[in-house]
Design a binder for this molecule. Structure first.
Ligand code: NDP
Ligand code: MG
Length: 391
């Protein structure tokens, strides 16, 4: 029986890899609704290529262009929030949640509320409203398959064993493009240099987060919610080859790891297969002899302060990760636009965390509250930016 797969963020990096797998396994999958952000032409192409059941663009202004690009295809389409929600509501066995940033919260949560099986790439959902997402997944009978490579690795290594058996969960970081750079050189880095990821091919925002190690910080929060494990039993190690993605350290001293060359189609296919193994055309086999060695080093929180800030936010809990994520999204956009330097990202995020710690004393109870905090912090951060530039 074929399974219908809806993709939120169908035109992005994860969306394209997902489309590749759907096209490779037509006997197993049928395309459901395809959702994009602002690019009607690319969305129409994805929807046509996959013969999607529906296409929705978040940006209402792109509606006419989407309709035009899909004319004659017979694919129903729409634009704006209502169209995105209609896309989520359409029949689907699996919903791939791969919108970038906090914009992914609402559609991802809508899929959870429908009790869908959600393949979750949008880590911001768990960072901003992890308690609410995990509670509601349970409440509405939804299943979450972690698609982030580290979390997919941890889920495979854990294999359903109870946390009592676990000493700690370790995720790996490539170290990003600045792993060997001095602090001075990092301080002067350009957006192009920050976006040049050494091992993974990904979207712009997550590339910058990988350079700052904020991505690893977000992933620690993500792991905390997904596996229900406390911050003290979560750790990061830098592993430049990105072959080991996650490891379970057991109480008896054994360690279970998952290995694969860095290709997001591996964790995506594991999620789409719901645990079944799927072949991947043009997938590269892991040749350990050719690779020669796997190396590891400690993460440097002095050159990469975002990791320190994220660990502190995770330890603090409450709304700290929500605040951190919002300030980080503003800071990354400002860095890409050339408005602040690389360390301006950590600076703004830390200031926001300090400023808002006494303001929000509890974790957001639901998505609406998380989005209200997100909007508040974004507005504050946008105002703080010009002062930083002058400083
Ligand atoms: P991209 O920037 O490449 O793609 C983002 C997608 O989201 C695009 O399809 C974009 O459409 C769409 N989008 C943006 N805003 C909205 C909106 N308001 N409503 C609906 N759709 C929207 O990101 P990635 O694919 O790299 O990442 C997606 C998510 O997956 C992120 O949360 C990231 O952290 C996570 N992730 C990504 C990995 C990777 O390898 N790329 C690895 C692990 C996790 P448009 O282009 O039209 O704006
Ligand atoms: Mg990851």
């Amino acid at each position: 029986m074929t399974q219908t797969v809806t993709v939120l963020g169908a035109t992005g990096s994860i969306g394209r890899s997902t489309a590749d797998l759907l096209a490779q396994h037509k006997d197993r999958f049928r395309a459901g609704a395809m959702v994009g952000g602002r690019d009607p032409v690319t969305l129409a192409k994805v929807a046509r290529d996959l013969n999607a059941s529906f296409a929705a663009l978040a940006d209402p202004a792109g509606g006419p262009a989407l309709a035009e690009a899909l004319s004659g295809s017979g694919i129903p389409n729409g634009a704006g929030e209502a169209a995105v929600l209609e896309a989520v509501t359409r029949d689907a066995d699996i919903v791939v949640a791969a919108v970038s940033g906090a914009a992914g919260l609402k559609p991802t949560h809508a899929a959870l509320r429908l009790g869908r099986t959600v393949a979750l790439a949008n880590k911001e959902s768990l960072v901003c409203a992890g308690d609410a997402f995990m509670r509601d997944a349970k409440r509405y009978g939804a299943t979450i398959w972690p698609m982030d490579s580290e979390h997919d690795a941890l889920a495979q290594a854990l294999h359903g064993r109870p946390l009592d058996d676990v000493r700690k969960l370790m995720i790996t970081a490539s170290g990003g493009p600045f792993r060997t750079w001095t602090r001075e050189r990092i301080a002067a880095a350009s957006p192009t240099e920050a976006a040049a990821h050494p091992t993974w091919s990904m979207g712009m925002k997550i590339n910058i987060d990988s350079a700052s190690l904020m991505n690893k910080g977000l992933e620690l929060v993500e792991a905390h919610h997904l596996f229900g494990i406390e911050a003290e039993r979560l750790d990061v190690v830098v592993h430049p080859q990105s072959v080991i993605h996650g490891m379970v350290y057991w109480i008896d001293g054994a360690v279970t790891a998952e290995l694969a060359l860095p290709d997001m189609r591996v964790p995506i296919s594991h999620c789409l297969g719901l645990g079944d193994r799927l072949t991947i055309e043009r997938g590269r086999p892991l040749d350990l002899v050719a690779l020669g060695s796997l190396t590891f080093e400690a993460a440097d929180e002095e050159r990469f302060p975002c990791l320190r800030i994220a660990r502190a936010a995770l330890a603090e809990g409450r709304a700290a990760p929500t605040v951190m994520n919002a300030a980080n999204e503003v800071a990354v956009a400002a860095f890409i636009a050339g408005r602040i330097g690389f360390y301006g990202i950590a600076d703004l995020v830390e200031r926001a965390c300090t400023h808002f710690a006494p303001v929000y004393a509890k974790a957001p109870a639901d998505v609406e509250e998380a989005l209200a905090i997100d909007a508040h912090v974004r507005a504050w951060s946008a105002e703080a930016l010009p002062a930083m530039r002058a400083a």
